[in-house]
Ligand binder design. Structure first.
Ligand code: BGC
Length: 715
């Protein structure tokens, strides 16, 4: 047993055993039950020990902005907690959960945007701020980080996750777990993390949300599981099982994933909560006859807590009494839940100081961090003739700002935000106007272009168009069959272009969109995702050069919807894509993506040179010199990719195995260093077990997945 893990501490085990020995079967099942705090709250059920946790939301689509959930306050949680602690027989505290996905009141960029920072340290700070704010409102558990690798941007939930790459996803997973939990979960400013949606949910067939997943166990292990493994190794207290059916077995009943892999292979000590109503949905999947059957299958597979289905609380005791379910399964689940409650310090400090919220929520420091993250998350995709940053001495003085999201405020948050408030946000148009230095003149035009707009445009030097998708067009239950911008926006861009006004396109989106034509028409394109509460100022800072873009794509950008799934770490085929009749390509599209994974421009340029590969026993050291060849100090993200040339299985053409950030003054050179060992080159072999196969490896160090200095080593 790992004693550095607070969930497996001997004192915790002793208290868990003492409690368990005193619990009735109904009280045990109560701990496994999570409910919504309905009005009036279920006080009698809390008194009777029939509720272990509350999810403080109103519906499954609360985070999609469909059913805004009322704000949660420390006082409300404390009142419920008081009933649990002082009026229930054993006084076991409640665990209050909420979806704090990318910030509580200080909303950071959407997770996909945070992934575009390629800056785990900064993401850790964001998670830590989110924890501090949410904990002050009485929450002790967040349903984050969302760690679903996604290769198909039709899937709306790609917005909530780390993108397409398992290596980057794992780095972000560790960062977020550390940020939420710190090294002591019982601190009043920390939350228990919940890595979700275990596992493979992002591979939903056709990119359609909630759809089944049929990928090999090998792909699951090599691509989709690594971020979860990283979260578990970083001490994540809980995991959420996904809604989906993996290879014929819905995850909420999937013993292989929930027990064999998660507990036996990885040694996970925390508990698993189902996704919303997913225990009941086992009946709909057609794998359980009724809720009783579903409850037995889910608990036996390893789902310890039932999120709102009521199947456990209504069925489990009877299933145990009738002999259909062993009490040992129930005891084990309760043990895991109590361990987390103890490690979270709930028995010693069940209440939240109601004064704390005013001190810690949306402080200037938190806003500054949100602005920094928004700077770092924006990806500069195009910058013809170095149009950006806008310089006072440059040709563009009169600047018109418009487009459907120019005046947007709450929409800058993106999907899955419950507690952000539109009034906290300054729109991109207002931020540009407020912060424009002389001699710029910013004209904020109406959202809807009409004849007078085109007339007004006659006198402007530049159009800043803020386009993209509404937050509700990404996120949960928001899969799309078409990745293009809405027709009206495309037409608007065409006509501004036809009017001869140079265009800077700011794209707000929860996914990589297919914007080939718009990129061609614009002079500069800044991909801002949904950038959060400080997004307006961050975009203004980037346009005026007060900040330099450093975001890099955490996903491949397709040329057209029909190209998806498209991702850089694919296998080769026997007839790799080439400009030949018989190669693996679409005959109606050029080969390759619009922009590759890892891509992003800066206001300066970087040169890679002098790659070195030095082998030291079983370790390979790889380095390259990176020089800032432009005139602006900026950050470069140096990336390391490898390819296993010959193996017993076909291997990806490239895999990210390292990255580092270098801050370089003009003319400065620094060294990007990486090391690789056998462990980094291990993959899932023919027998579905990890294997390292010695041989020749190609290696690249460069600015993105489609460039770089290349070398070779043998290990
Ligand atoms: C989502 C989860 C979320 C849960 C609770 C579900 O619909 O899939 O990601 O944590 O609701 O709100």
């Amino acid at each position: 047993m790992n004693t550095s893990n607070p969930l497996s501490h001997p004192q915790v085990e002793q208290r868990v055993n003492e409690l368990l020995a005193r619990m009735t079967l109904e009280e045990k099942v109560g701990q496994m039950n999570q409910e919504l705090p309905l009005a009036p709250p279920q006080l009698d059920a809390v008194r009777a020990g029939r509720i272990g946790s509350f999810i403080t939301e109103v519906s499954a689509l609360a985070g999609a902005g469909v059913d805004p959930s009322p704000a949660v306050r420390a006082e409300i949680c404390n009142d419920l907690q008081r009933v649990a602690v002082t009026e229930s027989r054993l006084g076991i505290p409640l665990l209050f959960g909420r979806d704090v996905i990318h910030g509580y009141r200080t909303i950071f960029p959407i997770p996909l945007g945070m992934a575009a920072t390629w800056n785990p340290e900064r993401v850790e700070q964001a998670a830590s701020v989110a924890a501090m704010e949410a904990a002050a409102a009485g929450i002790k558990w967040t349903f984050a980080p969302m760690l679903d690798i996604a290769r198909d941007p039709r899937w709306g939930r790609i917005a909530e996750g780390p993108g397409e790459d398992p290596f980057l996803g794992s780095a972000l997973a560790r960062a977020m777990v550390r940020g939420f939990q710190g090294d002591n979960l019982s601190r009043p400013d920390k939350l228990a993390a919940c890595a979700k949606h275990y596992a493979g949910y992002g591979a939903a067939e056709g990119g359609r949300d909630y759809n089944f997943v049929d990928i090999s166990m090998r792909t699951l292990r090599d691509v989709y599981l690594p971020p979860f493994r990283a979260a578990v190794d970083a001490g994540a207290a809980t995991l959420m099982s996904g809604f989906h059916d993996y290879s014929g077995v819905p995850v909420a009943a999937n013993r292989t994933l929930l027990t064999d892999v998660l507990r036996e292979e990885w040694g996970f000590q925390g508990f698993v909560v189902s996704d919303w109503n997913a225990v009941h949905e086992l009946v709909v999947h057609g794998i359980a006859a009724d809720d009783g059957d579903a409850a037995v299958k889910a608990t036996t597979a390893g789902v310890d807590m039932d999120m709102i289905a009521g199947a456990y609380v209504n069925q489990l005791a009877q299933q145990v009494r009738s002999g259909r379910l062993s009490i040992d399964v129930v005891d084990q689940a309760v043990r895991r839940i109590l361990r987390v409650k103890l490690a979270a310090g709930l028995f010693d400090h069940p209440y939240t100081d109601p004064q704390r919220a005013a001190r810690v929520i949306l402080t200037p420091d938190h806003r500054a961090l949100a602005r920094q993250l928004a700077h770092e998350s924006c990806v500069l995709l195009k910058n013809e003739n170095n149009l950006l940053p806008l310089r006072p001495e440059g040709p563009f003085k009169r600047i018109a700002v418009f487009g459907p999201f120019a005046q947007a405020r709450g929409e800058l948050f993106g999907t899955w935000t419950l507690d952000g408030r539109a009034e906290d946000v300054t729109s991109i148009a207002d931020a540009l106007r407020e912060t424009a230095p002389t001699p710029f003149e910013i004209l904020c035009l109406s959202d809807k272009p009409d004849e007078s707009l085109y007339h007004t445009l006659m006198g402007v030097d530049l159009a800043v168009l803020v386009v993209g998708e509404h937050p509700r067009r990404s996120g949960e239950a928001a899969s799309v069959s078409n990745l293009e911008l809405p027709a009206g926006q495309r037409q608007m861009i065409e006509s501004i272009h036809d009017a001869g006004v140079p265009i800077v396109l700011i794209v707000l989106a929860g996914r990589p969109l297919a914007i080939k034509r718009e990129v061609d028409l614009a002079h500069a394109v800044l991909y801002a995702w949904h950038p959060g509460v400080e997004g307006g100022y961050a975009v203004a800072d980037l346009l005026f050069g007060r900040a330099v873009p450093s975001g890099r794509l955490p996903v491949t950008m397709p040329r057209a919807t029909g190209q998806v799934p498209i991702y850089y770490n694919h296998r080769n085929t026997g007839r790799p894509a080439a400009n030949r009749g018989d190669s693996s390509r679409y005959i109606d599209l050029p080969i390759g993506p619009l922009f590759p994974f890892g891509f992003g421009l800066s206001y300066t340029t970087f040169r890679y040179s002098d790659m070195r590969i030095v082998q030291n026993g079983r370790t390979v050291h790889i380095s390259a010199q990176v020089t800032n060849t432009g005139a602006i100090a900026a950050v470069e993200t140096a990336q390391l990719y490898v390819r296993d040339v010959v193996a017993s299985l076909t291997r990806p053409v490239k895999e990210l195995k390292g990255f580092c950030k270098l801050f370089l003054q003009p003319g400065e050179t620094q060294t990007a260093h990486f090391t690789l060992s056998e462990e980094d080159l291990t993959f899932t072999g023919l027998d579905d077990r990890p294997v390292f196969e010695p041989g020749v490896f190609h290696v690249w160090v460069g600015a993105h997945s489609a460039s770089g200095l290349q070398g070779t080593f043998e290990l």
